[in-house]
Design a protein around this ligand. Structure first.
Ligand SMILES: CC(C)(COP(=O)(O)OP(=O)(O)OC[C@H]1O[C@@H](n2cnc3c(N)ncnc32)[C@H](O)[C@@H]1OP(=O)(O)O)[C@@H](O)C(=O)NCCC(=O)NCCS
Length: 394
């Protein structure tokens, strides 16, 4: 960090209060509302930037994982990036992000993910669009009240341990889904403090062989009554049917349903007509913090034995620069330095390639990667898979 700014992971009690005040102002909320957020994240997971010895901004880090190719890759989720208004426009946020990335690299974290209020800042720090967060909307009358092939068991949503294993079975099949930590689970199951909504949770299936769960609340938006599905996991066709029928069983008083899913949502295949619309969509961004670790920690399609020769450029982290040979066998990757450098790619392009949000051909078209060899086809084979998405915002 330049001498103008000082990055730190240790805050004294006065600085903690200063940071709470800055973040409350940055995100348009009160210090009272920031308090539970502090407790949730844990003070050790905040980073600050000082100028002239004074705290001028900070951010939060969620330590968790993200599933790629069936493996959970350790990931640092960055949240609550905020700089006091009087210090904006002088590079403070960029310096804060750069120092955070350097710290993550030194602690061996392979990747980092965030939701960007402005892409420019995070692109400058090496992040690129990498997966989707998508809220779907459907008039409740578009769902048929069909079968009830499995029982439902009402449970306390706060007991998220009931859902963890079921969630994990689904999440590992979906590139980009979070390997959730305690803080993410608590955000998932606790009602929104300001709206004071009641949250309902049901396990689906026989107690000894659960096939899914649904967590939802009911609220009003304009003149409509809405069911908001906060979280779900459905492991079988019977569970998907039960999910839809449970929602349809609310049709006497509810107008619309919202749920979070991927952009091409297989749940819609069991509906009679194409009435669902994407209500909200956003692409989260990812940074490859450590090229070697990131490529080695994820999984690859089984049955492919090949080598991909990359040449990577990264302005921020020296060791990410140069040629890397990714040798894939039996679903795992091994990286050695050197090789032929057949596919040239910047660190941002590598983020989009890694998650599979964009295909190698699309990244070539937009100038994110260059190659004149069959490496393009190899990259297609290695980074194909389910379209990356997650149901969580942080
Ligand atoms: C967004 C925020 C953190 C930026 O802080 P900052 O210290 O002014 O940012 P920097 O001066 O380090 O800017 C770094 C780069 O991001 C760009 N940038 C910063 N704020 C931007 C904005 N609102 N819109 C577009 N670009 C922006 C800068 O232009 C600069 O890029 P450049 O050097 O290529 O011109 C600050 O405005 C803030 O705290 N906002 C309120 C909270 C918020 O939105 N946080 C982000 C949550 S994801």
């Amino acid at each position: 960090m330049t001498s103008q700014f000082e990055y730190s992971s240790t805050l004294n009690s006065e600085e903690i209060e200063q940071l709470k005040g800055i973040l409350a102002q940055c995100f348009g909320t009160s210090i009272t509302n920031v308090e539970p957020y502090y407790k949730l994240i844990g003070i050790n997971n905040f980073r600050i930037v000082r100028q002239g010895g004074k705290v001028i901004g900070g951010l939060a880090i969620y330590n968790m994982g993200q599933w790629y190719g069936g493996s959970s890759v350790p990931m640092a989720g960055i949240a609550a990036v905020g700089i006091a208004p009087e210090y904006r426009g002088t590079g403070a946020a960029y310096q804060l992000m750069s120092s955070t990335i350097a710290e993550l690299f030194s602690t061996g974290i392979p990747i980092s993910t965030l939701y960007a209020a402005t892409q420019r800042l995070y692109r400058k720090a090496g992040y690129e669009q990498a997966g989707s967060y998508c809220v779907w909307e459907l008039p409740i009358t578009a769902i048929e009240r069909g079968d009830r092939p499995r029982p439902l068991h009402r449970v306390d949503p706060l007991e998220y341990q009931l859902f963890e294993e079921i969630y994990r079975q689904q999440a590992k099949q979906n590139n980009g889904n979070l390997d959730r930590n305690k803080a993410i689970w608590e955000r998932t199951v606790k009602p929104n403090i300001e709206e004071e909504e009641t949250v309902f949770a049901y396990l689906i299936g026989d107690r000894v062989a659960l096939e899914g769960y649904i967590i939802f609340s009911q609220s009003r938006q304009n003149n409509d009554a809405i069911i908001k599905v906060w979280d779900w996991t459905l492991l079988t066709k019977a569970a998907v049917k039960r999910f839809w029928t449970l929602l349809a069983d609310h049709s006497s008083l509810i107008d619309r349903v919202h749920w979070k899913s991927c952009e091409i949502d297989p749940l819609l295949l069991l509906l009679p007509e194409q009435k669902a619309k994407i209500f909200r969509k956003e692409h989260w961004m990812l940074r490859i913090i450590d090229v070697v670790k990131a490529l080695e920690k994820r999984g690859y399609p089984a049955g492919i034995e090949t080598e991909l020769h990359l040449e990577v450029t990264d302005e921020a982290i020296d060791s990410n620069n140069g040629r890397f040979c990714l040798k894939v066998s039996q679903g795992r990757g091994e990286v050695t330095k050197g090789g032929k450098g057949e596919l040239q790619i910047g660190i941002r392009g590598l983020a989009s390639l890694y998650t599979g949000l964009f295909t190698p051909t699309q990244l070539q078209l937009t100038g994110y990667l260059q190659t004149e060899s069959e490496a393009l086809l190899t990259a297609k084979l290695l980074f194909c898979g389910s379209n990356p998405w997650m149901a969580d915002q942080f």
